[in-house]
Design a protein around this ligand. Structure first.
Ligand code: MF3
Ligand code: CO
Length: 273
């Protein structure tokens, strides 16, 4: 299938899907603490998604003969990179945990993830999280109509390269819409000026994955969990981003939750503060 262009009405629904995703992700982020389990976070996600009348995108996802994915979230700890299945092992002080969430709303998917520290972690680990998140934003800045996928990929990869991180090549971002994974694939490394050209109405999930060690990954026995082959710590951040005439719009941004709604924010800016 080729790249799907969304109409402004479809983007409006995806904006709602993204906002629900941000709301639930924020609750998950706030719940992360020593002693908490993946299963508890997954149950929280399922309850909060249901309460909003939405659907957990990941539940039952079964590509290419894999067992159906059981969780609303992917929950990946320390050297686990992505697609970890939430279980009963409690988080410990000093862990890092990646939480990935898919929310389907009126037939459209939002896909986003963060990696968080559980209590105190060493400065180089904190920096890994900070720079991986920065790589999403470096990619977002390139998500402009007329640019190419390679512009996004190279901007993301450059952030990892500057830090000497392992840049994971076996997984990457993707188009997103009525289904979670649409064309095009978006590598987290590459050259500017190459690849599919971006147009208004494209919606993409950008998801850099960097490690403090090598780049190779392997699958655990559960057929889902992806971990670093060398056991190094790794981080993953993801946002769903719309390419619009007016520039990139991050549909899943947790930062946006503070603006009660955009009209109100605009009124405040224009009025006497
Ligand atoms: N953001 C992840 C991805 O695009 C979500 C995977 S969900 C799972 O690969 F169900 F496949 F685990
Ligand atoms: Co994704």
């Amino acid at each position: 299938m080729s790249v799907v262009i969304k109409s402004p009405d479809e983007i409006a629904i995806m904006r709602e899907a993204g906002r629900l995703n941000a709301e639930v992700r924020k609750l998950l982020l706030d719940a992360i603490a020593p002693g908490v389990t993946g299963r508890e976070l997954d149950e929280l996600a399922k309850a909060e998604i249901a309460q909003r009348g939405a659907t957990p995108t990941f539940v039952g996802y079964a590509p290419g003969g894999r067992p159906p994915y059981p969780g609303a979230i992917c929950y990946s700890v320390n050297a686990q990179l992505v697609h970890g299945i939430p279980g009963d092992q409690p988080l410990q002080e000093g862990d890092i945990v990646s939480v990935d969430l898919g929310v389907t709303w009126r037939g459209y998917v939002s896909d986003a993830a963060f990696t968080a520290a559980v209590g105190e972690v060493p400065p180089e680990v904190r920096r890994l999280l900070e720079r991986t998140q920065a790589a999403v934003h470096a990619g977002v800045e390139q998500a402009l109509a007329g640019n190419r996928i390679g512009d996004i990929s190279s901007a993301i990869g450059a952030v990892g390269h500057e830090e000497g991180y392992g840049i994971i090549r076996e997984y990457g971002g993707h188009g997103v819409g009525r289904t979670m994974h649409e064309e095009p694939h978006i590598p987290n490394y590459g050259r500017p000026g190459v690849g599919h050209q971006l147009k208004p109405g494209m919606v993409v999930a950008l998801e850099p994955m960097f490690s403090l060690g090598g780049e190779g990954t392997e699958e655990e026995a559960d057929r889902w969990t992806v971990r670093m082959r060398d056991g190094s710590l790794c981080a993953h951040f993801e946002e769903t981003v719309a390419v619009t005439e007016g520039g990139p719009e991050i549909l899943t941004s947790m930062g946006r939750l503070d603006d009660a709604h955009e009209g109100a924010a605009a009124a405040t800016t224009g009025g006497a503060a």
